[in-house]
Write a protein that binds this ligand. Sequence first.
Ligand SMILES: Cc1ncc(COP(=O)(O)O)c(C=O)c1O
Length: 414
Amino acid sequence: MTVSAPSTVALDLRADFPILGREINGARLVYLDSSSTSQKPASVLAALDDYYRNHNANIHRGVYVLAQEADALFEGARARIAAFLRWPAANTIFTRNVTEAINLVAYSWARTNLGPGDAVLISEMEHHSNIVPWQLATQATGAALRYLEVSEDGTLSLDQLDRELARGDVALVALTHVSNVLGTINPVAEIVRRAHGAGALALIDGAQAVPQLAVDLSEIDADFYAWTGHKALGPTGVGVLHARAELLEQMPPFLAGGDMIATVEAQHSTWNELPWKFEAGTSMIAQAIGLAAAIDYLDGLGMARVRSHEHALTAYALERLRTLPGVSVFGPPSADQRGGVVSFALAGIHPHDVAELLSRTNVCIRASHHCAQPLMRRLGVNATARASFGPYNVAADVDALIDAVADAQEVFAG
Ligand SMILES: Cc1ncc(COP(=O)(O)O)c(C=O)c1O
């Protein structure tokens, strides 16, 4: 059966991403690993270059012109990013990545608010970064850690959520917005509403959502929403935690030193105002400025267009993969329920061999447990092959993936 590229695959942004102009062994780069990290548009590279070339100075300390420019760029970046997701800038904290943002909550909030008799509810589809911090926090406080199951179609059950919440001990529900393996888009606004109805707080891991969905935090209403810059076309080394002001006010600092301080006496200190109370040491100034440039780029495209483009690519990839024999795809059957990621297995070929064979034609996919070992156990596999899309992918990238997978099958058949 022949499947032709859908006309809805509308964007062609490759020229905006310098790295995609690279050829390796005379062949174009087919980058299908955006769930790991995204490629960066020229405007982000230019923002980083401009900061270091023209405005580099430490922030929040200097009165000279460079320092004031650096301040304005850094705090402007925070304001820009907060406005994009519709959350106040004062409760928008820069961290190194989403992992650190979740750890901030697990150390500062969980260790002072959880105790025996409380529970943290996560799910089987979480990334290790939204599992291990809760293992450590519940072990430290005597609270329980419970899991929502992943159903056969790769979704979570709201009925099971209600049953867990009805037990009356859940203090925090901590779930991913979009699964980095299955692609499942969880109904986070509804989950937060139900958690709040049962007196629990909600933390959402938005690492895979912010790059590809129109995320409105004022609608989702989570107590904590965390994400990471490098997956959203921004630089590495910057993540974001959006949180409720009243919680942040009550929480003790996470890391100590530098910008998070107001006064220091010999035996005690007082803390800076929000958001700086949670930003210890010299901040990731250039990275925050670069991330704001990435957000400008995404906003310029329009998140509705980004979503419909990646939806079309995902639908096309699912359709074409299903035409190949011996391919099983994990996660929701329809692209409507998933983000731009397709995890799959080929009968009789180890996922690492698939990735290795594909890399021979510059098709870059990931084969691993994707930092989701509990989910791998749920799926009954050690690893999956995973192709994931960014706004810069085109239908020809899906075609290259399918050709390379068919070739890999032939190599193993012969
Ligand atoms: C859903 C999810 N959460 C957390 C992370 C961890 O991101 P980082 O390494 O930037 O902290 C990832 C990265 O793959 C992810 O996909």
